[in-house]
Every structure is written in C-alpha cells, then in structure tokens.
Design a protein around this ligand. Structure first.
Ligand SMILES: Nc1ncnc2c1ncn2[C@@H]1O[C@H](COP(=O)(O)OP(=O)(O)OP(=O)(O)O)[C@@H](O)[C@H]1O
Ligand SMILES: [Mg+2]
Length: 347
C-alpha cells in the first residue's frame, strides 16, 4: 500500500471506527474468514477460549478478549502468567492449542505471512544482530518485508529520528546501551508501517529516564492511530499507556477494564503503608487488622486500605503501633493485583 494512502487511512481511523465500510477498508478489502459475532464487529483482535499448551503445561488457559482499532491494550501479570505465549499466538509465531483467534480479520494459522507483514513486533528479548550496525539491522529487517532499499533508507532516517538514535546510525549494536537497543528494536518493528504494534515488556530493565522516553514515543504512536498491544509487569507502565487492560495470572484473565475502573472496583480510596523493623510485623497482625476493613500484611510492610489516610494514620498512633515509616498514597494496579491474587506483581 502506498505510504500516503496508508497514513490517510490512519488519519481517518478515529472518525470512521464504527462504519461498516471502513472496517472492510481497514482489513485491506478482505472480508473476514472468521465471522465476527456482532459484539466484536469492530474488534481487530478477537480471542475466544484461547489456549496454549506446552505438553501438560497450560500456559494460556482459555482466555477471551477483544481489542478495538486504535486502542492501547495491555496484558499485566507476573512472571509466567502467559503474556509472551499470548503475544506469540497473536504474532502468528506460535500456533494456538485451542479456542479461536482472529487478528486484523485474519486467521494466524492460515494467513501467517500476510498477518506478519502487517504486524510490528517488539519481542521480550532484543534479537538484534550484534555484528551489524544500527543501519544494517534496520535495512535487513526492511528487506525481509520486500521493501525497496530506497524506501527503507528513507524510513530508517525517519525512525532513527523518532527514537532519537540518529547519531548511532553507523554504530555497532554492541556499542549501544540497553535503552538504546530497546529503542532500536521499537524502530525496527515500525519499519514497514504496521497496522498493529505488539510490544512484549518494552521497558523491562531500563532506567526511569529511558522508560519515560519510550513511553513518550509509544504515546505518540498511539496518537497517530496505531493500535498497541503491550505486556508489562510494571503497574505504572500499564497505567500510563493502556486504555484498557487485562490482568493475567497463571494463564487466566482475572480482571479486565481501564486502569482507573479496575482501581475503582478492586482498590478504591487510599493506602497507608506501614514499615516495621524486621521480625516485628508478624506479631502485629491483630492490631493492624483493627485499623480498617481491608488490610494486607506482606513480608516487609503492612497495607491499610482506607477512604481517609489521615484518620488511619491517627488510628495507627492511637493503637500503640510504632512503625519505622508511614506512607500515604493513592491505590494502584499493584493493589488491584494483590486483591485479586493475594500476591505482589513483582516478587
Ligand atoms: N517454549 C516453551 N516450552 C515450554 N514451556 C513454556 C514455553 N514457553 C513458555 N512456557 C511456560 O509457559 C508459562 C507461561 O510463560 P510465558 O513466557 O508466556 O509467561 P510471561 O507472562 O510472558 O512471563 P514473563 O513475565 O516471565 O515474561 C510458563 O510456565 C513458562 O515456563
Ligand atoms: Mg514474557
């Protein structure tokens, strides 16, 4: 597709989302082989009972979700929840073991090459060619999609500028920092101007500044109308980037909604965190439980869920508790996860 006409479609995406004609247009004129139920008429990903098994291990356990065009959709969950397994099925690099999956109106099992040509993928591990330069890595990737060299060259310049790596164009991969490599993998995933961009833990291992640069870039893509699928175990990342997300644990979806609605539903109000010297906390269970209808005693701190942090902090002193530190904060997706699973997201 011509770049101009493609960006034209992009620009018009937000206003034509609900029209039948636009749906057909977005799917490149192809009608869906898998019929969408009415409910998911405008979903560009639809999974029903999606399952992935490795031998006896059920990595993804019959999950249902749908993603609308232009949406930024997240999978939040701890290690081993099944996030990467789900991303690989969406990306048509790992066959589904059960259920059904439609991506951009295509069936990954039958239309893998077509589908992959319309997807941008940032895998969990940076699989760059360490021997090649930044430029050559991007050129090689563009050639994989049969793009003409002149077009790739132009795109490389745009993308290196977008991820702020123009100065590193001729550098070897080995000479890049972790944050630079991650930005390069993001640029690489965009070389063929994909309709759907899948990012598996885009910022894991990066320092706070590098994470913020990446969030900014992803936010800009979203504003341009690119649909983003993001996995993360950082709740702040999910809150920043996702319009809607599913919380995954042990292969299942345990909750779904916008970050705000999940917090409202599962962890409304404020949280008072109390830290005590090592060994003291386990002796204080009953006193802590008296502070609020919902409390959590973790290995290193106690969490008190309250509608009024100030009142709770006063009650801490009245109850004779002497924490080392007291912190009042708003509740986050971490609190949602704890409520749903009894465990922390990052252990
Ligand atoms: N190729 C494989 N062969 C066998 N088991 C696998 C394979 N890939 C993943 N698993 C298992 O499937 C489960 C889900 O793994 P997956 O990589 O999808 O989790 P994840 O949510 O991406 O975790 P992380 O946050 O650590 O990346 C884990 O128990 C994992 O050990
Ligand atoms: Mg993973």
């Amino acid at each position: 597709m011509e770049k101009d006409s493609k960006s034209e479609i992009r620009r018009s995406r937000s206003i034509v989302l609900t029209s039948e004609a636009s749906h057909s247009e977005r799917c490149g004129g192809r009608r869906n082989r898998l019929l969408y139920p009415r409910l998911f008429m405008h979903a560009i990903i639809q999974a029903v009972g999606l399952t992935k098994k490795f031998g006896d291990l059920v990595a993804v356990d019959g999950i249902d979700f749908s993603v609308a065009e232009g949406e930024s959709f997240g999978f939040l969950g701890p290690n081993g929840a099944g996030k990467t397994s789900t991303m690989k099925m969406i990306g048509a690099t790992s066959p589904i073991s059960g259920g059904s999956l439609s991506v951009l109106g295509l069936n990954p099992a039958e239309d893998g090459p077509t589908l992959r040509s319309r997807l941008g993928v940032v895998p969990q591990e940076n699989n760059l060619d360490e021997e090649l330069s930044v430029f050559d890595n991007l050129m090689m990737y563009g050639r994989y999609f049969d793009m003409p060299r002149s077009e790739i060259r132009e795109r490389i310049n745009e993308l290196l500028d977008f991820v702020q790596l123009t100065e590193k164009k001729d550098a070897k991969i080995q000479a890049l920092s972790g944050g630079m490599k991650r930005r390069l993998v993001i640029a690489r995933g965009l070389i063929h101007d994909p309709d759907l961009f899948i990012l598996d833990e885009p910022t894991t291992g990066l320092d706070p500044q590098a994470r913020h640069v990446l969030w900014d870039r992803l936010y800009r893509l979203k504003q341009q109308g690119v649909t983003l699928i993001i996995t993360t175990h950082y709740m702040d990342e999910a809150e920043q980037l996702c319009d809607r997300l599913v919380v995954m644990d042990k292969g299942k979806i345990v909750a779904e909604g916008s970050p705000r609605s999940l917090i409202e539903e599962y962890a409304p109000g404020e949280v008072v965190e109390l830290r005590f010297p090592v060994g003291v906390l386990e002796t204080l269970n009953s006193q802590i439980e008296e502070l609020a209808p919902r409390t959590e005693v973790l290995a290193d701190r106690a969490l008190i869920y309250t509608s009024d942090a100030e009142l709770t902090i006063n009650a801490v002193t009245t109850n004779g508790l002497e924490p080392e530190t007291v912190l009042a904060r708003r509740s986050t997706l971490e609190d949602v996860f704890l409520r749903l699973t009894g465990r922390s997201l990052v252990e």
